[in-house]
Design a protein around this ligand. Structure first.
Ligand code: BG6
Ligand code: GLC
Ligand code: GLC
Length: 954
């Protein structure tokens, strides 16, 4: 045997060194890809090869040629490093990655530990170390106090469990958990568990993780594509012994990184070489395309085991690698891992030894059935045999156990084989780690990267030389990185506990959020009750009995029939904008010219006279600009407040709503107030013909396009509805035939206490701070003037609980109306990413984290969903009443709708429609959005009134 020193295989060795004497090409380059001839058991084997045995002088060449295949040159390592880096960047960019690339899976771990985490945690580890499952009890003591060693117990998973049904595996895990807990004298109430599950998973949260595919020695059915946390929870429940909350799931690399002892500075890479191999590292969140996150860092599990770019790995793969792959549980997959992971190193050694024996180089050319049996040489054997001191003796013992007779020179050769296989593994692992380090250096735009890498796994523990080769090779491949390698203390268990502590805190926050939002989530029964109460209140209101619904007659008896003609002025007061309009109704259609005027708050809440003078000033200005001065056009006045009408041109304001509160108006006829203001302004002549509510204007406006439109709905600053009722049901107006449009003034629904069960403390806060406490209960739960305020009060509450904004109350959030309802529409818009949600909140000066943004979104959703559902329950009550009034089995009806909330919110309209469909299944309801505002409708009402007046004169 040639005396081949182990050092010859160190990274710095020259590429020439292993060239065969005489420059022979490596022997096995000609072999087919299924493996070296002779590796398959020949007929009659085990046994000794009879013919073709090389003469002793050939044997060194044979060995060299055989092991030459395991040589990976520096150039190849650099190619692997570059190709891996490229694969990582592709996967980060979200480009569809082929199965051969790395996966780059975000883990939802956003920061390395602060060291402040505290509490007792149970950790269950599955998949890192071969066929064993470990349970640990970890106590975190925060910054103060001494670190406490975890208690742990290891369980061997029977082979049939590793390959059987998934449920059996998880039941086994749950049994081990109980057995472990039974034996320890700790308080076991409210146990929180971190699940270290070391397989490639798509995580969608800290406690949601779908297995992509089994790797290593596992292949249980019914688990791939499923959430492994749920499977574990189900098994724990079936087991029934302990109530355990599974709060986090992590990859072993993440546990390794997170458990790094403080004191070394932040450790931002976790490297595992155990049964399999993988690494995780802290990536800039903005570079991870699948995450909607532009700040901070997130831990990404590279899953480099699946890397198998043919271009660079192909030339490196030996015939033994091919043979090993073929006999594995997952042929074709995890090719990179199969050259490095501890599950495979023993097997590679076995395949080489068997081959060399069959070539007559080892064991006198004899094999044994054990040597030809898959799995007979384990990582532990390789470690023992490779040990330069005790190794030779162990080689003898181990090989004898395999039924082999070990000759004098065999031990050294076997040691050499072990070292070769291991050296290659360390060098390949170094190339992969160098790729991660380059990635980190580039993403942080650093010339020089100083970083700590936490290492874990049995290959490190058992093979001290692995780390030294790895270190040297990394230095060679990534000279601009200054790396400290820090061995993980307790197999990553502490790190898992750290993540679990954070997850537990987040889960507690989530529970508080859910509790807070629960009263906003109305079920079908609750909505059906609202519908029934609304219906009852409608009937009472129509009869003139005590009811929170006033059901005001509007004196509009018919929807437009298309014969209306003429030029009209219209006013539109009470929504977001005050408008003056010129509406020309011709046979060819309706033409509208309008101008928006502002009504400052001091006017809206000043004296009545000031308000109406301001309105007339605006009209005069409009007339002048439109060249209408001196003309006395008929005027329709959309006045969006509750008025008791005694005719079309008479409306006594019952009370102001929304933000208006001008004095001396309530109880007055608004038309008179307007006429008086006109008189005061002597220069103008105006002929006020009709006053209409905005709901009525909207219904009429949509009715001009669709004769089935018999309901008007507003969901804007305020909310309200009107509809065509049978005149016989309207006690306040004489007559038994025909219809009349009723302004329901449903904003006041519930003012008699009927909605109290649904009202939350946040509704009460908003009501108390409003200018009309105790009034407009329904409106305050639905409309744009109030939703932002409800959200603001919820955010204040969640902040006080420490759930949001790190518990910091800000002055901004305490400012009334700072959270506009339009923010709900923007925040809930599907096209906006969470990062934009954050931009909106940051504009408000709120110090938020990414979790905060998501929670604020959920708050907005809960509030707007309740609003839309309540609104839907109201519409359902209205359309059902129309259907029953007419004795119809099925009613087809259209609802004309206006209002900024309804129009701008991304989901409001569809939620209203869905609620109506559920609550009024016998009505086919079409919602028509008013395009022209209610001014057009007011003009149409005016046109009808003019026509009737003319007819009366004739
Ligand atoms: C407008 C109508 O389009 O919508 C108004 O012309 C109505 O009459 C208003 O009051 C309601 O919506 P908002 O959001 O402006 O209150
Ligand atoms: C395998 C798994 C990976 C794990 C690694 C080390 O590669 O797919 O998730 O981290 O083994 O245990
Ligand atoms: C308020 C008014 C009502 C109006 C509604 C929508 O509820 O009282 O008249 O229709 O707002 O603007």
């Amino acid at each position: 045997m040639p005396n081949i020193a182990r050092e010859e295989l160190k990274p710095e060795e020259s590429e020439q060194l292993l060239l065969l004497p005489g420059g022979h090409p490596p022997l096995w380059n000609h072999m087919d890809s299924t493996g070296p001839v002779g590796l398959q058991q020949r007929e009659g084997a085990p046994g000794c090869s009879q013919e073709g045995l090389p003469c002793p002088s050939d044997s060194s060449e044979l060995v060299l040629a055989c092991l030459q295949q395991f040589k990976v040159t520096e150039t190849q390592l650099r190619q692997i490093q570059a190709s891996l880096l490229c694969s990582m960047e592709h996967a980060l960019g979200g480009q569809a990655s082929p199965a051969s690339s790395v996966r780059m899976l975000p883990t939802y771990v956003g920061s390395t530990p602060h060291g402040t985490e505290q509490g007792d945690f149970v950790v269950l580890e599955l998949g890192a170390t071969g066929a064993s499952l470990r349970v640990l009890w970890v106590t975190l003591v925060g910054n103060e106090g001494h670190r406490m060693e975890p208690r742990s117990q290891e369980f061997v998973i029977p082979p049939e469990v590793m390959l059987g049904p998934g449920q059996q595996l998880f039941d086994f895990a749950a049994r081990c958990l109980s057995e472990f807990l039974d034996a320890i004298p700790m308080d076991k109430k409210g146990l929180q568990l971190g699940f270290s599950f070391s397989f490639p998973c798509h995580q969608t949260g800290l406690d949601r993780s779908t297995l992509i595919s089994w790797t290593k020695g596992f292949r249980c059915s019914g688990v791939e594509g499923h959430d492994v946390v749920q499977l574990l929870r189900d098994a724990i429940k079936r087991q029934g012994a302990y109530s355990i909350d599974v709060v986090a799931v992590v990859n072993d690399t993440v546990g390794t990184m997170m458990g790094c002892e403080p004191g070394f500075g932040p450790c931002e890479v976790g490297l595992v070489v155990d049964t399999g191999t993988n690494a995780c590292y802290m990536e800039e969140a903005r570079h991870v395309a699948v995450l909607d996150e532009d700040r901070g860092r997130v831990c990404v599990s590279v899953e480099w085991g699946s890397f198998s770019d043919d271009g660079v790995l192909g030339p490196v793969l030996t015939t033994f690698d091919h043979a090993l792959d073929q006999e594995s549980l997952n042929p074709g997959a995890q090719r990179f891992e199969k050259m490095i992971g501890g599950l495979y190193l023993g097997e590679l050694v076995r395949l080489v030894l068997a081959h060399l024996a069959q070539q007559g180089v080892l064991f006198d050319g004899c094999t044994s059935s054990a040597l030809l049996t898959h799995g007979s040489i384990l990582l532990e054997h390789v470690a023992e045999m490779e040990d330069p001191l005790a190794g030779a003796a162990r080689v003898h013992a181990i090989l004898q156990d395999l039924g082999l007779s070990v000759g004098a020179s065999d031990a050294e050769l076997v040691q050499y084989v072990c070292a070769t296989v291991l050296t290659r593994a360390a060098r390949l692992c170094a190339a992969a780690l160098a790729a991660v380090l380059s990635r980190l250096r580039h993403s942080r735009e650093l010339q020089m990267l100083q970083i700590a890498v936490a290492t874990g796994g049995r290959v490190f523990e058992r093979h001290p030389s692995f780390l030294s080769i790895l270190q040297e090779t990394v230095k060679l491949l990534a000279p601009e990185c200054d790396v400290s390698f820090i061995p993980s203390v307790d197999g990553g268990g502490r790190g898992v506990a750290m993540v679990t502590a954070v997850a537990a805190r987040l889960a507690a926050h989530r529970r508080l959020l859910e509790e807070t939002l629960a009263p906003f989530r109305l079920n079908h029964e609750q909505l059906a009750v609202v519908q029934a109460q609304m219906r009852e209140a409608m009937v009472k209101g129509l009869r003139g009995e005590a009811s929170s619904l006033r059901m005001l007659p509007t004196y509009v008896r018919a929807t437009p029939d298309g014969t209306e003609r003429g030029d009209f002025l219209a006013l539109d007061l009470g929504g977001t904008n005050f408008r003056v309009l010129l509406v020309c109704v011709t046979a060819g259609g309706v033409k509208i010219t309008s101008q928006v005027y502002s009504i400052p708050e001091y006017v809206a809440q000043g004296s009545g006279q000031q308000l109406f003078d301001h309105i007339v000033d605006c009209i005069v200005d409009f007339q002048q600009k439109q060249g209408l001065s001196g003309q006395s056009l008929p005027l329709g006045f959309t006045f969006s407040f509750p008025c008791r009408q005694l005719g079309l041109d008479q409306g006594i304001l019952l009370n102001w709503t929304k933000g208006f509160n001008a004095s001396d108006c309530e109880g007055q006829d608004v038309v008179c107030l307007l006429r008086e203001a006109i008189r005061r302004r002597q220069a103008v002549e105006l002929n006020v013909v009709a006053i209409v509510n905005d709901t009525v204007g909207t219904m009429m406006s949509c009715g001009y396009e669709d004769p089935r439109c018999e309901v008007g709905l507003i969901v804007g600053t305020g909310t309200n509805a009107c509809y065509m009722e049978e005149l016989r049901n309207v006690a306040a107006v004489a007559g038994d035939s025909g219809h009349m449009c009723i302004n329901m003034e449903w904003g006041a629904f519930g003012d008699d206490g009927s909605l109290d069960l649904l009202r939350t403390c946040f509704d009460a806060n908003v009501d108390q701070a409003s200018i009309n406490p105790g009034k407009q209960s329904f409106e305050k739960m639905i409309s744009g003037m109030y939703l932002g305020e409800i959200v603001r009060h919820i955010l204040l509450h969640l902040t006080s609980l420490g759930v949001l904004f790190r518990g910091q109350q800000t002055q901004r959030l305490q400012t009334r109306d700072i959270f506009k309802t339009k923010f709900l529409s923007e925040i809930e818009s599907d096209s906006l990413a969470l990062r934009q949600v954050r931009a909106i909140l940051e504009d408000l000066g709120l110090p938020l984290t990414s979790d905060d943004a998501l929670m604020v979104l959920e708050v907005c959703q809960a509030v707007s969903q309740r609003a839309a559902q309540l609104c839907g329950a109201g519409v359902a009550a209205v359309v059902e009443k129309i259907r029953e009034n007419r004795g119809l089995e099925e009613l087809t009806v259209s609802v004309g709708v206006d209002g900024t909330l309804y129009k701008l919110h991304p989901h409001f309209s569809s939620l209203v429609a869905a609620t109506v469909r559920k609550l009024a299944p016998r009505c086919v309801v079409t919602f028509l959005q008013s395009e022209d505002g209610s001014g057009k409708g007011a003009a149409l009402v005016t046109a009808v009134a003019c026509r009737l007046a003319q007819t009366a004169c004739v």
